[in-house]
Design a protein around this ligand. Sequence first.
Ligand code: GLV
Length: 315
Amino acid sequence: MLYPSGMRLRIAITVPYADYARQWRDEVAAQLPEAEVFIDDGERAVADYAIGWKPPPDFFERVTGLRAFLSAAAGVDHLLGHPGMPADLPIARIEDGGMGAQMAEYCCAELFRYAQRRGQYEEQQAQGIWKQRGYTPRSEITVGLFGIGVLGQRVATAIRAFGYPVIAAAGSSRVEDGIEVLGPERHDEFFARSRVLILIAPLTEATRGVVNRDTLAKMPRKSWLINVARGGLVVEPDLVAAIDEGRLLGASLDVFETEPLPAGHPFWTHPGVRITPHVAAITLPDEAAAQLAAKIRQWMAGEPVSGQVRRNRGY
Ligand code: GLV
């Protein structure tokens, strides 16, 4: 596609890892053969659109001419908190992009491990102990999803298929696809009912620190936390205290306030904490590029673009 100036459509790719950047460049170029797709190399450049995750601090000073930024991540805190982000630059984010199935797998794996008491059996094995523990009926393990967007819905579908009761917390009370969604006025009840709490919501002013001393104290005893969203949703010292006090049996954490998780952080060695390095869902360029290319085409045609970020709500 040629712009009136005769310039080709230019798309900048900015992601943290070189191999990943090349994959993105090739996949986007395959989707938009008329475009010049290049990897941001730290120099000044002109581009019509940028696709990426965690652009470097000087990105928006160097790369000019942008009409929109397309987030390769579902969470856009990396953009909204970016010091150089122009106030009026439209942002759209990936919607699923292959992440929903991965998140469902991750959450189910951790949920099943909890429900099947695998932690206890691993300890028993280490000690050579053969002892059958009781069985907790699935009906007693209510899974509470904090967040019920595209990814949350995918996770809910997977978990419900196994017969666990699922509830959700969001910005308003409603019933959505048969799931009871509790609004802010019922969030205390939400925490009190969630035997397994899954965080799958964006990090915004409203959600920062939502898992804290007070909310953890409402959860049923020996419950479990799974965080696949953002570390900032959890007040980390409060979580450690809740596990130490026996309120929570433990937590599966994929995301952290500071990433990479700093050496010496108490989570590294805490027996109740299971850590993965922000891999619960990786945007797969081969699945995501087609969707982002379609959004670019819609933008160019002046059509509505789904997944547009509303800055005032923070996602
Ligand atoms: C990854 O963290 C994402 O937001 O997609």
